[in-house]
Write a protein that binds this ligand. Structure first.
Ligand code: CTP
Length: 409
């Protein structure tokens, strides 16, 4: 897990209650700590039967609290509650939900929850019909009304071997939830940002296609940075092996035509379009409906006729000229030579506000690597020449520029 600027030195209070899913809370505490958060853990007595305080203290490097009768516990619960940026209760049992709904304070966790003024996220974990039981439904409704945020549960296999609704979200998803809550009020709060990423594929026959080397890493990083700035994100993704960031609405596409249609539909009300995808510029003129056979064709080779695909940014420009949406458009230019000149030409031709130009031949930049070196151009010329840095850092910087351009209106 790499450091996450949004989580840097944030006080996260992790409450763990008595469910077997508590073993996953150790991983969650570890991931949050690796991301840069200061994680204080409170275990209930029942939780401590499943996992030990030592396990949590070992991964967080901080004290772990269990005893409400410790000499300083009364001061501590107020202090912990007040210092926290987020109280995350994972797993949260049906019993703890009930106690929270009734404002009970019979252990250090429920006591602290009453004192806390920060956002509270609960990740329920329970078996059988407990989640559906009218008592739990009523408690969930009360807590939701009061502003408590629910992360899951989801449907799936339980430790009992049964399947149903009540499985806790996975640690990475809970990290995404924590990120989403901490991002509220960020510079892109209330904004809708559309990001395209990955390559597109153009079929030759049912088994072959033309594509390119794009991994989707930079686009995924852009989507994550927009989420961390508080935006609602639609991610239009060509085929990639990268995991989309938690919290983005993902639209999976294959061809340039599909990506174009999804982009036009997604940006009808968007504040920003970040066109990171490496879109295929050509597609086969005809797509064979059966596999092209070597034995039947091409003793000397096979010529494939190609035609141009839709230029998505040009189509977006036409619509934007009429409707004003999306408000800001940022494109990418992957070049192997004359990067600056081609970048400037594309910015003007495609009517962009910004273009992030990268020389994919430069060491450490371009496809399938973790780093990138980008020059950001605006209509008035160079906005920023960035050093070689991680794709996440590039994305955070670009998002700052987009947020700045959107301003406060
Ligand atoms: N792009 C697009 N539609 C296409 C091709 C590219 O919207 N059919 C977008 C890309 O997502 C990127 C920008 O246009 O944001 C520049 O892409 P690039 O491939 O560098 O430019 P091209 O227009 O394809 O020009 P060239 O092939 O001459 O480099």
């Amino acid at each position: 897990m790499n450091p996450i600027p949004l989580l840097h030195e944030k006080h996260i209070l992790l409450g763990v209650t008595g469910s077997i899913a508590a073993y996953k809370a150790v991983d969650l505490a570890s991931k949050l700590t690796q991301a840069g958060a200061l994680v204080d853990v409170i275990l209930t007595d029942s939780a401590a039967r499943f996992v030990t305080p030592l396990a949590f203290g070992s991964v967080t490097g901080r004290a772990v609290y269990t005893d409400m009768w410790a000499l300083d516990a009364h001061v501590r619960h107020v202090g912990l509650g007040e210092a926290a940026d987020l109280l995350l209760i994972a797993p949260a049992t049906a019993h703890t939900l009930s106690k929270l709904a009734y404002g009970q304070a019979d252990n250090l966790l429920t006591l602290t929850a009453l004192a806390a003024r920060c956002p509270i996220v609960v990740a329920p974990a329970m078996d059988g019909g407990m989640w559906q039981h009218p008592a739990t439904r009523a408690n969930v409704a009360t807590l939701s009304e009061r502003g408590v945020l629910f992360a899951g549960p989801v449907e799936g296999r339980m430790a009992s071997g049964l399947s149903g609704m009540g499985r806790m979200l996975e640690p990475l998803e809970l990290l995404g939830e924590a990120r989403r809550v901490l991002a509220r009020g960020g510079p892109l709060a209330g904004r809708h940002v559309v990001v395209t990423t990955g390559p597109t594929r153009e079929a030759l026959d049912p088994v072959r296609f033309i594509s390119n080397r794009s991994s989707g890493k930079q686009g995924m990083a852009m989507a994550q940075a927009a989420l961390d700035a508080g935006a609602r994100v639609t991610l239009i993704a060509g085929p990639t092996c990268e995991l989309p960031p938690y919290g983005a609405l993902v639209v999976a596409v294959q061809t340039t035509q599909e990506m174009g249609e999804a982009t036009l539909a997604g940006t009808a009300d968007a504040d920003a379009l970040l066109m990171v995808a490496a879109v295929a510029d050509f597609r086969p003129q005809t797509v064979a409906d059966r596999k092209i056979k070597k034995t039947e064709n091409a003793q000397w080779g096979l010529a494939i006729g190609l035609e141009k695909t839709l230029d998505i940014l040009t189509a977006v420009k036409e619509r934007r000229d009429r409707t004003g949406f999306p408000r800001i458009v940022l494109g990418f230019a992957a070049e192997t030579h004359n990067a600056f000149e081609y970048g400037r030409d594309k910015l003007l031709r495609k009517g962009l506000d910004f273009i992030a130009v990268n020389d994919v031949m430069a060491e450490g930049a371009g496809f399938a690597v973790e780093t990138n070196r980008v020059i950001l151009l605006g209509r008035g010329g160079v906005v920023e020449e960035m050093p070689l840095q991680s794709k996440a850092a590039v994305a955070e910087r670009l998002i700052e520029h987009v947020a700045g351009a959107l301003g406060n209106d």
